[in-house]
Design a protein around this ligand. Structure first.
Ligand SMILES: C[S@@+](CC[C@H](N)C(=O)[O-])C[C@H]1O[C@@H](n2cnc3c(N)ncnc32)[C@H](O)[C@@H]1O
Length: 248
């Protein structure tokens, strides 16, 4: 692979499968689709402030979970503000692997392209996480960083189904997102009204385990770790191979 490539974008959004979903336009225009969004939010201190000082810690948790060596194909569904993707891209390139980053908003892919070096072994793909245009078992691992809380339940279910479909058996799917803080945590009470107003589907993740939206009948192993008094969670999903799921 030559370097940074930009596939499927910029496109007009006339293809229905790549149209910007309604929830992004209705509830997240200010964060992702408005032309000024990138100018406002692409600031490390602001991203860190929104995460109450936890941005580096959560990014490090992702990178540590994947490990130093990332050969093969890595998928990141949805761009994120800040330097997580450049760091991941560097680690993938050092391992001789390739990174595909998918986003449904062309503006976000254009912003990511500016943050990556020309030589990055990374493809930026204009796609909806709920309808990945990739063959089954294509990837060795995948990441969704603060994506699921933005999606209505039906979209979240499809995203998880697609991740499980495109990641090989035994490969890790790493999810970082909101969770219900401990009862003693002040943000359990202070953050709730703000989340309910600004991010209407986020409180789903306070009320349910992420496993609730996994497709039924697929043998998976899940592991969960909480951060910052439970406000954030990292969930690692591994699709079991048929061999390891049968009882001997
Ligand atoms: C990963 S989320 C949240 C990131 C977090 N607020 C941050 O920047 O650190 C934001 C990204 O998800 C993208 N996104 C939302 N729904 C999507 C979908 N269905 N398919 C692909 N990308 C999606 C948005 O366009 C945006 O770039």
């Amino acid at each position: 692979m030559a370097g940074l490539t930009i596939d499927n974008f910029p496109l007009c959004n006339s293809e229905p499968e790549r149209a910007i979903p309604h929830y992004l336009i209705a509830h997240y225009w200010w964060a992702y689709t408005h032309p000024a969004a990138v100018r406002v939010f692409e600031r490390p201190w602001l991203v860190n402030l929104i995460l109450f000082g936890n941005y580096a810690r959560l990014c490090n948790a992702v990178l540590a979970e994947f490990g130093e060596s990332l050969p093969g194909r890595t998928l990141q569904v949805a761009c994120v503000y800040g330097d997580l993707t450049p760091k991941l891209s560097r680690r993938v390139a050092q391992s001789g692997g390739v990174l595909d980053v998918v986003d449904v908003v062309p503006l976000q892919l254009q912003n990511l392209a500016r943050k990556l070096p020309e030589a990055a072994r990374t493809r930026l793909l204009h796609m909806d996480s709920a309808k990945l245009e990739a063959p089954s078992s294509r990837y060795d691992r995948a990441l969704a960083f603060f994506l699921l809380h933005e999606q209505p339940a039906a979209h979240r279910e499809k995203t998880l189904s697609e991740l499980i479909r495109v990641v090989k058996q035994g490969g890790k799917i790493v999810i970082v997102d909101y969770a219900l803080p401990q009862p003693w945590h002040p943000l359990r009470y202070l953050w709730r009204p703000l989340l309910a107003t600004l991010e209407p589907f986020a409180l789903d993740l306070w009320g349910e385990q992420i496993t609730k939206w996994l497709p039924p009948g697929i043998p998976v192993q899940t592991r969960k770790e909480l951060f910052f008094g439970g406000l954030y969670q990292k969930v690692v999903i591994t699709v079991e191979s048929e061999l390891s799921s049968c009882t001997l």
